[in-house]
Design a protein around this ligand. Structure first.
Ligand SMILES: N[C@@H](CCC(=O)N[C@@H](CS)C(=O)NCC(=O)O)C(=O)O
Length: 236
């Protein structure tokens, strides 16, 4: 049985089965990226619900794994050289999981870098911009009641990025063409999130991005991806 005692997070969220991947997460756009990938890869894992309501992501135990105090994070008891590894940052986790199994990422070097390029495009663009849009449009709407500037700024930048994605997806089934990859997973979770969490579908004019809308539908109806969107479940 794997020894995870070097990871203080396991004291607060004990592993029932320390031999499988431990996931610390919540059903947010960044959180579900990892459960979707784990489901798609068919890997065994144990999800732990990190409560934002209780600010658990800022607890010393959680921050022992991710000093940035944000979900998602994982421990893989069977990391490189068979040793346990802890990881945070959803893009790094997706890349690690895809390369561990050799799926959800193109096998050839050029395709691999192209895929990583689109993962970075999401991590540095789509995620932060749609996230700021959601903050000002929904979460902090009362704070900007007399100032339309932040909403307009992030709305316009989000729409511009959706336009870039539209161009990429036109004539393609997935971001990398025929293969569903971590580039799709990291991106669709945010395009979905801006709609369902922030109610942004109309103001971001999704109707003007038909290739994005069709692709989003293809992503969320994949059985494994659909399962991952509902993990982790809030404990009773
Ligand atoms: N770049 C990070 C961002 C992670 C992130 O912002 N997670 C949010 C949830 S989607 C979070 O934990 N927020 C809680 C907080 O900021 O206290 C990643 O992709 O993993």
């Amino acid at each position: 049985m794997a020894d995870l005692s070097a990871f203080p997070i396991t004291k607060r969220w004990p592993a029932k089965n320390p031999d499988i991947i431990q996931l610390y997460s919540l059903q947010t756009p960044n959180g579900v990226k990892v459960s979707v990938a784990l489901e798609e890869l068919g890997l065994a894992y144990e999800p732990h619900y990190i409560s934002f309501a209780a600010n658990e992501q800022k607890s010393p135990e959680f921050e022992s794994l991710n000093p940035n105090g944000r979900i998602p994070a994982i421990i893989d008891p069977n990391g490189p050289d068979g040793k346990p590894i802890g990881l945070f940052e959803s893009g790094a986790i997706l890349l690690y999981l895809a390369e561990k199994i050799g799926r959800l990422i193109p096998a050839d070097a050029a395709g691999r870098y192209e895929c990583i390029q689109w993962v970075f495009f999401q991590m540095a663009g789509i995620g932060p911009m749609l996230g700021q849009f959601g903050h000002f449009y929904k979460s902090a709407a009362d704070k900007v009641a007399n100032n339309s500037y932040p909403v307009e700024r992030y709305r316009d930048e989000s729409k511009r990025l959706l336009g870039v994605l539209e161009g990429r997806l036109k004539g393609r089934q997935w971001i990398m063409g025929d293969q569903y990859t971590i580039a799709d997973i990291t991106t669709f979770t945010w395009v979905r999130g801006a709609d369902i969490f922030y109610g942004g579908r109309e103001i971001l004019e999704y109707a003007k991005f038909p290739a994005v809308s069709d692709w989003l539908e293809r992503c969320i109806t994949r059985p494994a991806s659909a399962r991952g969107l509902n993990i982790p479940v809030k404990p009773e």
